[in-house]
Design a protein around this ligand. Sequence first.
Ligand code: MG
Length: 326
Amino acid sequence: MEITMAHGSGGRASAELMARVFGKYFRNDILDRMEDSAVLEACGKIAFSTDSFVVSPPVFAGGDIGKLSICGTVNDLLMMGAVPEYIACGFILEEGLDIALLEKVVESMANTANEAGVKIVAGDTKVVEGRGGLYINTSGLGRIPEGRNVSAANIKDGDIVLLSGNLGDHHACVLSARMGIRSSIKSDCACLGDITKALFEGGVCVSAMRDVTRGGIGTVLNELAEASGCGIELDESEIPISSEVKGFCSILGLDPLYMGNEGKMVAFVPQQDAEKALALVKSTGNGKNAAAIGKAVKGKGVVIKTRLGGTRIVDVLQGEGLPRIC
Ligand code: MG
């Protein structure tokens, strides 16, 4: 069965879709009240973030747009040191969308939210003319525990840059699917709560964190350098990249520093905490391949020491990158 304009009418077909798909997977004490807004208990510092997801194709090796839509917002909350708690989601469905695909995506959102410990407490669906596309916006709230202060502004020269794992998997996976290239590369799409929990519970005084998404680590580190007033020096030989992605990049002429990821983060930690912090990250499921890849220095911008012993400037991504990667 396919989505029709009637599913967006607010009438009987909408109610049926609600019961058959959304109500089946999204259930909790707050959402089940079905009121105009979710009413939440909150006090203290709150992190609040929103993100829209338009990835094509909507299902790929290692994930789908539903999993991505929860991980993306959860990770943005985590990167501020927050404990993610609540998610609201908006769906824009194009006429002709296969309802079985929608159900798969909704089930995947519910499972990912469950694993991440967040409740989906509000939602909306609209239907528009089109060709069966599916777009999701998620917004999330997280509580920042007392005394936690994680911000790009805290980065100091001498801080060590930890990267949680291999670069480029999501980008290479989505691009292979789109180009019809057979490959074993899976998206790294994941919620990074195991890593942030290990760092905070291990007593690491984290200066800043950022998930390494669209634009790649080159772009993300330039943003952090700019925001912190520090420079960043990377060591190319320390940057983890799988041999499959390396091969993929060399065939297509891609630079892993600008490839998007959906389950990777960088953390800036004081030098004296770096060894312990790296061990903590490596002890988690999502951080097994973590590495210390460089440090913050006095100065501006991002440079990388190449394997050949030279140095080059790492600029932000120029041009459009890969559209609809997330
Ligand atoms: Mg982010």
